[in-house]
Design a binder for this molecule. Structure first.
Ligand code: MSP
Length: 640
């Protein structure tokens, strides 16, 4: 049976300048949806491109002293490079300067003209060149463009007009009968109100510059750039040149666009299609805007974020993950470097990275690197398997509703639960007892199996990481062939699979200032105070002490000893009990969850009948004592 098709588009970007992180956001969302749909076994057509004509580009090229095509060629090459580096999986890239597109624009302009829906008249009104938008006097706000707030220019020229007014009632009825057509609902309501205010006929040609597609029957006119641009969606789907392809993919399932251009897509575009007798797209989705540290990005403010520089510094998957996890689709979102680093460290390096690292190192240490067949499951194993299956189902539901954020959260809830499963099942203790070998095998298998499922589910968001997890788990076969159904069934991981040595998939980011930031003023140098020290040790002697980060997982008072606490600590691949003389300084409950530093190769000692295997480090002066902590480091990290 033929697969169901799915056609998704991004806006085509103006090559007037290089793209910033806001543009990258839109394309990342579209890419995540396209990749998800491929995972769900759809035949996907994912389109992006460049909107190259218009007065703005013509002026930019003139300022740069080059021809418009020379100007755009260079910038379009930078778009393609960015999409490649961001791992964007578009199936086509359309340029409005291509012949295939010019032919479609001219053909439809001619057709609509011949049927009487385009007519010649005189235009007198205002024009915003940055937005390439016509405005009536009454629509201006303080004589400026109501969309971008910039200056407008008065135009007086002979133009062709598109009879939009004729389609007003049909469009309104369509929007009202198809609640999904404009999403989210807030944008839909805005559009309904706009149309109810009355649709004016639209000026669809210009004569005062040349950089555009000539009107076929009157070549001193060029086609209005939005009429030209919107048509890209049918050009690339094969409208004129590939009937079979067009029948297969049209109508588009989603035009994903920024909120300020929903109007063009849900009013002008449907009316063009109605005039052509072509079906309307199923959905126009208006996403929110990305602001930087709470502020709109602009060159004049100097706060434009270059996505390529971020990809170079942090990697494509980290940027993609941040954009998709941090911003709720449909709402505005904030980009901040601190938030990005926090997400990388907490979600990717800690939660996901640690789960993989712990799993692989335990399989390496306890089972010689082999994922053995699981034994009889216990209740806790059945619960984990059930949760993994529920997660795949919840994830699917969320993705189908375009709740990308929600889908990511469900997967991370599974990751957290699995990290906890390690603590609760204690594989390091099982490994010590040969009678518990089968139980150990079950636990280790379940960990690897959960990671297999997780790697499939996250692949639309972090496409480079998933195959890396797959490779470290040692799973044979092609990751690209995996489908959502493979993530829905538990137990597909073949016993006997041999894992590799763990390699960090997301190294932790040390919180360093932005490269461009000014260095902090250096404090005036003071002579160092002389501290009496114990005799010197060599670096080799120091290296004999194995200092590690340990997470306190349980703490309680030692009966009958008012200075002592009994701590259970997690060292990544093992748990230990230690007795520590800090009861006067810390309440037991205040310690749980903290990452302290301890010496792990200290000779064990029996204190009040408890074997203490290690010692936590603390700074002390007089009555004061403060534990040495490494809050963001994963348990087991070496301290040197
Ligand atoms: N060329 C038109 C689109 C034609 S589609 C037939 C255009 N181009 S654009 O380059 O100005 O913008 C492209 C997209 O980028 C828009 O959807 C816009 O909303 C989006 N973004 C621009 N800045 C943005 C942010 N700061 N945040 C999120 N998206 C932003 O409009």
């Amino acid at each position: 049976m033929a697969k169901q098709t799915f056609y998704i588009t991004t806006p085509i970007y103006y090559p007037s300048d290089r793209l910033h992180i806001g543009h990258a956001y839109c394309t990342t969302v579209a890419d995540a949806i396209a990749r998800y749909k491929r995972l769900a076994d759809y035949d996907v057509f994912f389109l992006t491109g460049s909107d190259e004509h218009g007065q703005k580009i013509e002026r930019k090229a003139r300022e740069a002293g080059v021809t418009p095509i020379e100007y755009v060629d260079k910038i379009v090459a930078s778009f393609k490079n960015l999409w490649e580096k961001l791992l964007v999986s578009n199936d086509d890239f359309i340029r409005t300067t291509e012949v295939r597109h010019r032919e479609v624009v001219q053909a439809i302009f001619q057709k609509i003209y011949e049927q009487g829906d385009i007519y010649k008249s005189a235009y007198e009104g205002w024009y915003c060149t940055p937005c390439e938008t016509f405005w009536l006097e009454r629509q201006l706000v303080d004589n400026k463009c109501p969309d971008c707030g910039r200056s407008v220019e008065l135009l007086k020229e002979e133009s062709y007009f598109f009879r939009m007014s004729k389609y007003q009632d049909r469009l309104l009825a369509y929007i009202e009968e198809n609640p999904d057509f404009i999403q989210p609902t807030s944008r839909r309501n805005e559009m309904i109100n706009f149309i109810k205010g009355g649709l004016e006929d639209l000026c669809v040609s210009r004569t005062t510059f040349d950089w555009g597609i000539p009107v076929p029957f009157d070549t001193k006119h060029v086609v209005y750039v939005w009429f030209d641009a919107l048509t890209n969606y049918i050009t690339a789907a094969g409208y004129l040149h590939d009937r079979e392809k067009f029948a297969k993919y049209w109508p588009a399932d989603i035009h994903l666009v920024g909120k300020e251009i929903v109007r063009f897509h849900s009013i002008i575009w449907p009316v063009i299609l109605m005039a052509l007798g072509v079906e309307l797209p199923k959905m126009v989705y208006g996403h929110g805007w990305l602001v930087v540290e709470g502020d709109k990005m602009s060159k004049s403010k100097g706060n434009v974020i270059d996505p390529l520089a971020l990809i170079e510094e942090f990697g494509a998957d980290a940027i993609r993950y941040f954009l998709l996890r941090e911003i709720t689709l449909g709402l505005d979102g904030n980009f901040s470097r601190d938030a990005l680093i926090n997400r990388i460290n907490a979600d990717l390096a800690n939660d996901l990275g640690n789960l993989l690292h712990r799993t692989l190192s335990m399989i390496g240490r306890f089972n010689g690197g082999v994922i053995e067949a699981p034994g009889e499951p216990e209740q806790i194993d059945r619960e984990l398997a059930q949760l993994a299956q529920n997660t795949a189902a919840e994830y699917e539901k969320a993705m189908e509703q375009m709740d990308i954020n929600g889908a990511i959260k469900t997967v991370w809830a599974l990751i957290s639960r699995t990290n906890k499963y390690i603590d609760e099942t204690g594989p390091w203790a099982l490994a010590k007892d040969p009678a518990k070998k089968e139980r150990l095998n079950t636990v280790l298998y379940n960990l690897a199996e959960t990671l297999r499922i997780v790697s499939i589910l996250i692949s639309p968001f972090t496409p480079a990481t998933s195959p890396k997890i797959w490779a470290q788990l040692g799973i044979a076969g092609n990751f690209a062939a995996m489908r959502l159904s493979d993530a829905k069934s538990w137990g597909k991981l073949a016993a006997g699979t041999r894992v590799t040595k763990p390699e960090p998939i997301f190294p932790r980011i040390e919180d360093k200032p932005e490269p461009a930031a000014e260095a902090a003023p250096v404090a005036e140098a003071k002579p160092a105070p002389v501290v009496p020290v114990v005799p010197e040790v060599s670096i080799d002697e120091f290296a004999k002490m194995d200092l590690r980060v340990a997470k306190v997982v349980a703490a309680e008072k030692v009966q009958g000893a008012d200075k002592l606490l009994k701590l259970e600590v997690d060292l990544g691949a093992e748990r230990r009990t230690i007795v520590s003389g800090i009861a006067k300084h810390y309440a037991p409950e205040a310690l749980v969850g903290r990452n302290v530093v301890m010496i792990v190769n200290l000779k064990p000692a029996k204190i009040r009948g408890i074997e203490s295997r290690g010692m936590v480090l603390a700074a002390s002066e007089g009555d004061k004592l403060v534990l040495v902590e490494a809050p963001e480091m994963p348990p087991g990290s070496k301290v040197k």
